[in-house]
Design a protein around this ligand. Sequence first.
Ligand code: ZN
Ligand code: ZN
Length: 283
Amino acid sequence: MTLIGAHIPTKGDLVSALDAAHRLGCDVVQLFVKSPIQWAASTLSEATITNFKSSKQGSEVKLVVAHASYLVNLASPRPDVLLQSRKALLGEIQRCHLLDIPFLVVHVGSHLGVGEKRGIQRMKESLHWLFDHLPPSIPTFTLLLENTAGQGACLGYTLEQMAEIIEGLKPEMLGVCLDTCHLFVAGYELRTSESVNELAKLIEATIGWERVKLLHANDSLHPLGSRIDRHWHIGKGHIGLEGFRHLLSHPKFSQLPVVIETPEPELHHAENLNQLRKILEAE
Ligand SMILES: [Zn+2]
Ligand SMILES: [Zn+2]
């Protein structure tokens, strides 16, 4: 059974994100473990941790994943921002560990104009830095790298680039989260069963399916190959319901937990989740 759920953007209020997901009937929830738009984070109190864990037990939510702060840029050419990003992400890994959250999603960084080659090198160094700096209390952790739309100087918009970045790190440390909107605007066609089959083969040939742990299901406001990242409501964008039908009926994609990150969660999450559930029921 495919796990279906949503990103609930509560800026780090953990229990309310879990409650909202439960009310929406989510099997999986993605949340922030701290404010996504600030570097600083208060320490997690014992009470917060206990509260979160007991709420999780009492809810229908089967899987919790975290999304890293938007400020983090593991490929930054600025040494101060690079170090701050690495330390902040290490802090988020520690929070996930305390909260029993198995996956933390982080975007591949932006080279900010110094070029893709140097950006990729820095990105790789950052990932190795992180795993070298895990405290002994965290023997292992799975970070999920998310593919990007290729907007501006963002790296990680091709599967080949993703493969180059993750090379040399074990799959239990470094997995991949695939975002349908990002794939599509980066130029990967999703609207026919042939194109979805082709993509699945390319995934196997580049990053390998054993790395792929999560699917972000977002429709796209902008067309194929536009490299503009604007998530849109399921079935109402350029990917359309057909695209999601092909993805969710594919033997590989349908194995992944699915999280929507569509706009205006309070108004539209219920409807967007229903669209996906209807597709799955029709299978
Ligand atoms: Zn993301
Ligand atoms: Zn995403």
